[in-house]
Write a protein that binds this ligand. Structure first.
Ligand code: SD4
Length: 341
């Protein structure tokens, strides 16, 4: 069902508590895994470790998807979070979203100088009557909740990349920039100036109780217009979770995902009986159809899981991969199937 697999060691976590779909369903046969965590791109290998620590101890999927992507937000060299490429005015602005098994949602957009936007999104979900806070209001809320305000300073790699970009000041979304290290079967995608150009991680998990949650955190497209917000913090575009059906998260050119309500579409396609992989495929086909020839110039990928612990992904073109973990032995990095050559 999936193109190619590589098995990467996560290190020794010891014995854990995980169930196969068969066991969990007491005799019913399906190929699902529980608990399970999947996440976008090769940065997902490390992020899954953080999530798996929660899941293997019987923890809640919501805690797993927050802890997991916090790993990536902390990897400043990886360029999700504050180490990322700035907007065209030279500021790093971050978007994030989270959803739990009850359909609760929280999101934050265009927030600056906060290291863990995913945790601010969760705090908005749990402590306010709102779903989304943006910009200075979001920052004000974060500070009032005790999140430290970090320096407004670019990482050395981002500074270098920004200076390079300023020479032409040309905004052009790059395909597959997130495959940071050329992992799996792909060539390295480091920028000419040496900077990693990674900007998003999306994660989905199902815990041992069969509950789903999802998270997404990003610096958005590098060198975007100031104030630009992508799909990642928009519920139903970048992330959607419905415990009765499944969950999906996206990566790639956010504008196209927003215009198709991408992850909501994937979940609804699963509700109609499609497998996670087929639901992702149909949603990608919809985006390609809307764009015709232009679709060859950008990437969009969806990953999805259903409430049986089955997973899948699809993307427009070659170069996307995702990390899957359901056992102490580690994550598999899987090349996403693609529609265009
Ligand atoms: C955005 N979807 O802001 C994000 C970008 C992304 O990997 O996924 N990059 O449009």
């Amino acid at each position: 069902m999936l193109h190619r697999r590589r098995f990467l060691q996560m290190g020794s976590l010891g014995a854990g508590t995980f169930l196969s779909g068969k066991l969990f369903a007491s005799g019913k046969t399906f190929n699902g895994k529980m608990p399970l965590v999947i996440s976008t791109w090769d940065a997902g290998i490390n992020a899954n470790k953080g999530a798996w620590e929660v899941l293997r101890n019987g923890g809640r999927a919501l805690d797993a998807v927050e802890k997991g992507v916090m790993v990536t937000e902390s990897e400043l060299s990886c360029c999700v979070g504050l180490g990322a490429n700035p907007d065209r005015d030279g500021h790093v602005t971050l978007d994030a979203s989270i959803m739990d098994e009850h359909g609760n949602a929280g999101s934050v957009a265009f927030i600056e100088r906060i290291k863990h936007p995913i945790s601010v999104a969760r705090r908005i979900m749990e402590k306010t009557p709102h779903v989304m806070l943006v910009g200075t209001g979001a920052q004000q809320f974060a500070v009032s909740e005790g999140f430290p305000l970090e320096e407004d300073k670019l990482s050395p790699d981002a500074q270098k990349a920004y200076e390079e970009w300023l020479k032409k000041s040309d905004y052009k979304p790059q395909i597959n920039i997130e495959n940071t290290k050329g992992s799996g079967s792909f060539a390295p995608n480091k920028l000419a100036n040496g900077a990693w150009n990674h900007d998003t991680i999306g994660m989905l998990a199902i815990d041992a109780k069969g509950n789903l949650s999802g998270s997404c955190t990003t610096s958005g497209m590098g060198f975007k217009m100031r104030g630009r917000v992508g799909d990642s913090p928009i519920i139903g575009a970048g992330l959607y979770v419905d415990n009765e059906v499944g969950a999906a998260v996206s990566t790639g050119l956010g504008e196209e995902v927003i215009k198709t309500c991408g992850t909501h579409l994937v979940v609804e396609l699963m509700r109609q009986g499609n497998t996670p992989e087929n639901a992702c495929k149909l949603a990608i086909e919809r985006i390609i159809k809307r764009n015709g020839d232009k679709a060859k110039d950008f990437q969009v990928a969806f990953i999805a899981i259903n409430n049986k612990g089955e997973y899948g992904a699809y993307c427009i073109q070659k170069g996307f991969n995702f990390a899957v973990c359901y056992a102490d032995s580690g994550s598999q990095l899987i090349d996403g199937k693609h529609i265009l050559p």
